[in-house]
Design a protein around this ligand. Structure first.
Ligand SMILES: CCCCCCCC/C=C\CCCCCCCC(=O)SCCNC(=O)CCNC(=O)[C@H](O)C(C)(C)COP(=O)(O)O
Ligand code: A3P
Length: 300
């Protein structure tokens, strides 16, 4: 006689099977994909329930070290982590190394290109700035300095431009980025980077059991000092189980995304950043699965 728990377990398993068979998405992938929506909802709940903290919190300051050093160079950190990951995995004697490297580099190049198009350059202004300008946004300054050619003088001591990038606008002293819909670059980058790291490394997942056993064998080694244990953990996270480094990076991106969701931008601007964050990943990792399955059906 199946218990109520068995029935519920079977229901969840059937949903997971359906998703896998029809949409080619595994249950753990769906959970990870939806974690960013959970992050947004959580951010809004904290925003509404703790307004006092917003005023005094360290994270409301854009100049905080985590933002300036890590998120503002987010693609560089993600690149470092994926390079360390592959070097570590491939030195642990994997077969078909050249094929693995070739495919990883192609995916990295396409994913990097999408980051460039959305945040840096898209045959002129990047996509996020184009959305801002097309919805009526402008860069307003008092003194355009060396960018004077890009600005129209309003005659009231102010100049405006809709052709300068957000990056260059912010570098002009006393500038403001006014009007328009300004998609969140942070939300885009943090989701794009986390999904890339997750999907790129999923194939090499050793299981929580193996990771926890390795960590606890270092932590419970009573012959070692704390410094020696920390050194061993660092070696473990880079050389033996680089998945630990990836978990660390993704967890940190998730936390920084939560702070963006609590303190910065409108919901609509965050949703647009989120949609573009999913888009490049869906094209590189999920769309090919549909074509692969169709060609498989064609062969049978
Ligand atoms: C398996 C992987 C192997 C990799 C081997 C490399 C092979 C090379 C292949 C292709 C060539 C691509 C060349 C690109 C190299 C890129 C390397 C870098 O990452 S350097 C750039 C670092 N810059 C950043 O990280 C900036 C990130 N910040 C932003 O995008 C923005 O500040 C923001 C979106 C976070 C916010 O913008 P804001 O204006 O609103 O503040
Ligand atoms: N998690 C976070 N911590 C600190 N600042 C953040 C942040 N998320 C966004 N910001 C800041 O909010 C502004 C808008 O970010 P974005 O459009 O990329 O989402 C940016 O300001 P600056 O460009 O003045 O640094 C950015 O630094």
């Amino acid at each position: 006689m199946p218990t109520v728990y068995d029935r519920h377990f079977n229901q969840v398993r059937n949903i997971a099977r359906h998703l896998h068979n029809h949409y080619h998405i595994a249950a753990n992938e769906l959970l990870f994909l939806s974690s960013f929506i959970i992050n947004l909802v959580l951010g809004r709940l904290i925003h509404w329930t703790a307004p006092q903290e917003e005023v005094y919190n360290y994270y409301t300051d854009k100049r905080n070290i985590l933002n300036q050093l890590f998120v503002k160079n987010g693609w560089a950190w993600t690149t470092i982590v994926i390079v360390v990951f592959y070097v570590s995995i491939l030195t642990q004697s994997r077969p078909r190394k050249s094929k693995v490297i070739r495919e990883a580099v192609i995916r990295y190049a396409v994913i990097t290109m999408w980051w460039i198009l959305f945040t840096q350059w898209c045959f002129g202004l990047p996509i996020m700035d184009r959305i801002f300008v097309l919805t009526g946004g402008k860069c307003v300054v008092e003194d355009p300095g060396r960018h004077v050619k890009l600005f129209a003088n309003l005659g009231n001591g102010k100049s405006v431009s809709s052709t300068i990038s957000s990056y260059n606008c912010k570098r002009i002293k006393g500038s403001s980025w006014e009007g328009g819909h300004d998609p969140s670059g942070h939300v885009f980058l943090l989701i794009h980077s986390s999904l890339y790291l997750f999907l790129e490394t999923a194939e090499y997942w050793p299981g929580w059991g193996a990771l926890i056993n390795s960590i606890s064998s270092v932590v419970h080694n009573h012959e070692k000092t704390i410094i020696e244990k920390l050194k061993q953990l660092a070696i473990l996270g880079v050389k033996i189980h680089p998945q630990l480094l990836v978990i660390g990076m993704i967890s940190f991106w998730w936390f920084m995304l939560l702070t963006t969701n609590i303190y910065f931008h409108s919901i609509a601007e965050k949703l647009v950043g989120m949609v573009y964050g999913y888009l490049g990943i869906v094209v590189v990792y999920f769309v090919p699965r549909i074509f692969r399955q169709q060609s498989q059906i064609g062969k049978n």
